[in-house]
Design a protein. Structure first.
Length: 256
């Protein structure tokens, strides 16, 4: 019974790893539509530099969540031992990272609309209520982080599969290469339980960057590496610089 239910939970975790990307996308489309038609001081809000920076930064969170979720889903469809090993650790990393980002992205999107975003005339309140759920479902953040440590401690194939993914884009982005070297110098062995969130966050960000470098347009991958791996940013959304906002916001699928 336990073996069967664990296998089922492993698959439902994939749902909870990908669902936050859908919530983020829905919130960002609402925010982008609003700023594209709302004016202040004779300018559309979407043309205001600070608004563009905030939305572009949030869009990178969504881009990363989609890319990592789809890469993990592809591994679930694989038939090799390497696929299964990567799926085992990858789904934990994707679930943790995407669900920690989702409430922040939805909340910032709600703020873009101001008071209008807080009332039920828009979809934002529903998205805001939904945003934390997938992070609790099928293992809360601490449970997922500890599970990731157990997987890496007990399954050598998962370690090998993860390292292969992290090494795949080597030489394509100097910022990524430097971040990966620093990560491996910092984590020469698995951390204590007390540092599990720190370790999982850094691993998930690197893995996301590795996927984006190989699959996403260059402005997206470059911006993700520069703002998520270099440490040159503030703690809140929009505290970044030198983003190609035109290329990033175009990915929302709406006219810029």
């Amino acid at each position: 019974g336990v073996r069967t239910i664990v296998e089922m939970v492993h698959h439902t975790r994939l749902d909870t790893a990908i669902a936050p990307a859908g919530l983020m996308r829905a919130a960002l489309v609402e925010a982008h539509h609003w700023v594209s038609h709302r004016t202040a001081f004779q300018k559309n809000l979407v043309d205001q530099p600070l608004m563009r920076t905030v939305l572009a930064d949030l869009t990178l969170d969504w881009e990363g969540s989609v890319a990592l979720g789809m890469r993990v889903a592809h591994a679930f469809d694989g038939a090799t031992r390497e696929d299964r090993a990567f799926a085992r650790i990858g789904v934990a990393l994707a679930k943790f990272m995407s669900n920690k980002l989702c409430p922040v992205v939805v909340s910032e999107a709600m703020e873009v609309l101001g008071g209008m975003g807080f009332i039920e005339d828009t979809p934002l309140p529903m998205l805001y209520r939904e945003a934390p759920l997938n992070g609790i479902w099928e293992g809360s953040g601490n449970v997922i982080c500890l599970d990731a440590l157990r997987t890496l401690a007990k399954e050598p194939r998962a370690v090998d599969a993860l390292n292969a993914e992290l090494d795949a884009p080597a030489g394509q982005d100097t910022g990524y290469d430097a971040a990966l070297r620093a990560y491996r110098a910092r984590w020469t062995s698995l951390p204590s339980e007390a540092e599990a969130r720190w370790f999982v966050e850094q691993t998930a960000l690197l893995l996301t960057a590795a996927v984006l470098i190989r699959q996403a347009p260059e402005p997206i991958a470059d911006a993700f590496v520069a703002t998520r791996l270099s440490g040159d940013r503030g703690r809140v959304s929009g505290t970044v610089r030198n983003l190609d906002t035109r290329a990033i916001l175009a990915r929302l699928g709406r006219p810029d």
